[in-house]
Every structure is written in structure tokens, then in C-alpha cells.
Design a protein. Sequence first.
Length: 427
Amino acid sequence: MRAKIGWLGAGAVLVIGGIVGWQSPQVRGWVQAQVGTAQSETPAAGQGRGGARPPQPVFASAAEQGPQPVEITAIGSVQATEVVGVKARIDGIILDVHITDGQEVKEGDLLFTLDSRSIEAQLRQAEANLQRDQALSTNAKRTLDRQTALVASNIASQSALDTARTAATTADQSIKASQAQIEALRVSLGYTKITAPISGRAGEIKLTKGNLVKANDTNSLVTIRKLRPINVLFSVPQKHFSELRDAMKTGKVAVTAQIPDRPELTVTGEVTFYDNTIDQTTGTFQAKATFVNQDSALWPGMFAPLVVRLGVEANAISVPTAAIQTGQQGQFVYIVAPAEGAPEAKQAELRPITVARTVGARSVIAKGLKPGEIVVTDGQLRLTNGTRVEIRDPNATAPRGNRPSGGQAPAAQSGAATTAQQPPARS
């Protein structure tokens, strides 16, 4: 109860002090001066929130008409021109490995040597059988000659002559069979020397010296990939099918690939193939570009950005890509047009457009703009259709965010210190 009475007493003292203070001419004059200052700083009618908004600062650029390349951009998958998994053609033990992991090999280089003793023994046996068959054939021919003379003298029967003739023919065919067996064994003997079928770079060696290999193994001894030249496969939207096909009919279609781990480096090749069907699920078709790749900058398995140049459009209308905006109704730009009722004032007008393609930092407009029209390239976030605008110098700070139109931050935002005036002391 005492605390409550104390608070009420303090409030009464403050009210009485205020009334007494107001009776002081010095205090009353200071308050009137502060009120007048605040009223002078209040925006007049027609300004600020209650009137016309100041023009919004923007950067702008003119729509240009001129030659622009017709290009297709894609992400390609690098693949070796030729890939061979080296396997054994016969069963055997690896006696020696003549290459190392990752070695560059040429076609015909010796890679592996297999144990050949068993095949060599079979070959010697086949050669002996051939000599035996040749001897039997010689004897059969002599017998045939004797029987022929005896039949002519009516001493031997015709049946004996036929038997001799059959024996001679059989001996000749046995010689041919032995010769074929020898050739087959020599081929198998050649399989004990495994050589490189193509030139390229060897991968990891899967089996080393002393391992048993079989002719029906599913795993390769080593895989060789040809890196020079090299291919890059990429997908192209079907809307570019006719353009690519017509360009390849008239000449070579150049392709530029960017090296993923070295963005400053690009290599040039040409389109060598496009598929004979369009994938209905994706609406794209496969194409292939071939690069010389002399320095092996492209490597199998890479994903490389590609630019396919199909030609040049002589009178294309283009604007900076930064001017393109996307809304619910599609793509649009803000153009700078004269404002009504003020010959020097400018306003922003929303213009729907159709973008044909993007080339570097510029977009080619297929529909919606005319050459020379001014489009806003920066500051679109504060614009609506009909907003007054002021084109700024491109060298000035970008008018993004919620900065005031004057280009300077308020004193409170810029860090400027403000000091409130104190009322004069009572005398």
C-alpha cells in the first residue's frame, strides 16, 4: 500500500513539474522550435509517399542487329575411338608380361607370352604324321601303277585296280588332313604370343606372370584404348536436327570443346556422326564429334562442354542476356520508352519476347524487339509496367537493392552520427 502511494506521489510531482516547466518561456520556445523543424522536414503534398515517386535508377542497353553465330551448346561425354579388351585365345600359363600399367603401345607390340611347350609337342607329332602319310601315298601310287599295267595285260582283275586307286586317293587326303592340323597348331602356337591389336594406351594389367589363363575367361588381361583421335558423344534437341543435317551436307561442322580441369584451354574438332533415330522419351538425338587430341587433353570418361557452330545469322537482333527476365507468362524485358506528359521523362514498359538462343553474354531475340530499342539490363527488381526510370552511367555502382534514387545512403545507414539538440536548462 505504501509503495502504491509512493508511485502516485511521484507521478503527481512529474505532472506538476511539467506544468511549471511549460510556464517557462525558455522551455516553451525550445519545444516550438523543435516542432517547427519537424514540420519543415515533412514531405510536402505530392512528394514522397503521398505524391509522385522519383524515377528509379537503371542501367540500359540498345538492341543490336548484326551477324551472330548459330550455335548449339551441350555437355559431351568423351569416349575412346577404339577400345579392345585383350584376352587369351588358348589355355596356358603366363610366362612373361612385356608391358607396364598405363603404357603407350603400338599395334603389333608384344604384350604377354604364354607357355607353348604343349602346342609345340603336338606340332611335332603332326609333322611326323604328315611324313608318314606322304610315304603311304607314295607307296599307294606305285601300287596303282602296277595294277593298271596288270589290268591292261588281262593279268589282274578290275576289282584289284579299283582297290589300288582308292588306297592312293585315301593317302592323298590323309596328307591334306595332316597339313591342316599342322596349320591349326601353328596358329595356336602364335596365340602364345599375345600382341597389341591396336595402338593406344594400356590400362591396368589384370593378370601377371605365373597365372593360368583360359580361352573362355570373361575378364580381360588388359584393356587398350585409342586416344588419338578421340570421340565426344553429346545429345542435341530435335529442334536443331534439320539445321545440323543441312550444315553437314554443305561442309564440315566445327565443334569447340572446353577442357573441364583447364577452363582456359579449348580444342577444336568436327561433327562426324548423328544418329538415325530421335529418342522419343527425351526429344533428343545423339551426335558424335571427333578431335585430333594430339596432346591428350581430352580423356575417356570426361564430361566436356561443347559449342557446335552451325553457321552465322546475318541480321540477328540481340541484347545482353542480363536483360532477359522470366515470369509466369514466359520471358520478357523492360524497354525504356518516353513517359506521357513529359518529353524528357522515361518509363519502363514490359515487353514479352521469344529468345532463339544464347551466344556468350548475349541472347538472340526471335520475336518481340526491334533494332535500337533500349532495354533495361540492371535494376529490374524495382520496376513494374509504367515505372518512371532514369538511365545511369554504366560505370556507376549497380542500382540493385533498396538504395535511394539519389545513389547515397541515408545518414543513419551511412554511419553518420546524429546528435539530438537538448532543451535549454531552466533558469
